[in-house]
Design a protein around this ligand. Sequence first.
Ligand code: UGA
Length: 440
Amino acid sequence: MSRISVFGTGYLGATHAACMAELGHEVVGVDIDESKLAKLEAGDVPFYEPGLDEVLKRNVEIGRLRFTSSYQEAAEFADIHFIGVGTPQKKGEFAADLTYVNAVVETLAPLLNRPAVIFGKSTVPVGTAKRLGDLARRLAPAGNDVEVAWNPEFLREGFAVEDTLHPDRMVLGLDRDRPGRAEEVAREVYANLLDEGIPFLVTDLPTAELVKTAANAFLATKISFINAMAEVCEAAGADVTVLADAIGHDDRIGRKFLNAGVGFGGGCLPKDIRAFMARAGEIGADEALTFLREVDNINMRRRTRMVEIAREAVGGSFLGTRVAVLGAAFKPNSDDVRDSPALNIAGQMQLQGASVNVYDPKASENSRALFPTLNYMTSVREACAGVDAVLVLTEWGEFKKLDPRQLGGVVRNKSIIDGRNCLVPKDWQAAGWEYRGVGR
Ligand code: UGA
């Protein structure tokens, strides 16, 4: 078993640290945010991620997992280091902000007195790994005995533990100019997973970095494709949900990620396609990715369109109306509201004069920090009391199970807008509601 440190304790880092301990390794998680560390040390996950709390608690209790803010401690403890910090979008630009990734290497490398392998997991612009390798070797007392390899992460929020312990593939990028121990070390760390026969692709650094961005760009494109079809279906009087089922039966196409709705949000897809375009521009390949601009446009248009549909539903103007927004997280089973379509739509309706009640099973606290002036409610019933329209914008299981008859008793006007096509239209229509979906 190995001794491992993981830098960053967000969705990616905390999950990776806990799952590496679950595999039997001794792990220290490192972050600069003391309040997060205190929670994690106590076995509490500072965000909502199903199943992570059990894995975390179990491994903290048996002493295989601990947390610290001390880089010194991490450098003394482990010779295998994972970088799992965020790479958000730069303010006012498309490019990725690499401040946190750079800071990890700048702080850690000077403390590396023994041979060490640093595995990057964060999503970074192609070329970053090579640069960080040079930087680490320059700053580290161990010099050329420090290796940087890239091991991108493909986990989905809401399925983070499952995706980390049972990924559909693993990718490892090596510095081909400097053969070293990184592959051997990765094979030891992931031995249990490799024994299960999970595909393991070993490649060079730029390919590994690009695999990650390409995967997210493809997923974003797939979603925008079906949302573009939804626009055409709306104009033609067709039903995009049946269209998706029908084309999805072709396994070259596949049904997954063909759900039309308010589009993609979150801390990954939106910023990753933008950072990808920015980076392609820098390396002289911008033309190759101009289509991603359209993918982004289609996606953002979904949000405006949803506001228009809601405005029609309340009679042509939001002034003096009250609407309910069910769901604020960027997707169900998450409390993440980064670039959430639901909150964005709620904010736009409020700007246009509506009083907006918001209910989300897990994301209210995070939402309030971003949009403090929306009315946060503690139940669907409370959010829907006396409203002129109800919008379902995140497909939580709780909303799919709503009883149209019961809810009909609390609203002022029985108008339901299904921004995720997750309800059964005829059930709502039968209960006297006016149903509006996306592209159907
Ligand atoms: C995404 C990728 O799916 C992961 O593989 C990747 O590791 C991760 O980004 C990352 O880069 O860290 P995630 O952001 O957790 O994962 O969420 P997704 O499940 O991809 O959903 C993204 C958005 O697309 C959500 O807002 C979701 O509602 C929307 N979506 C998804 C649709 O609108 N339609 C669909 O058919 C599927």
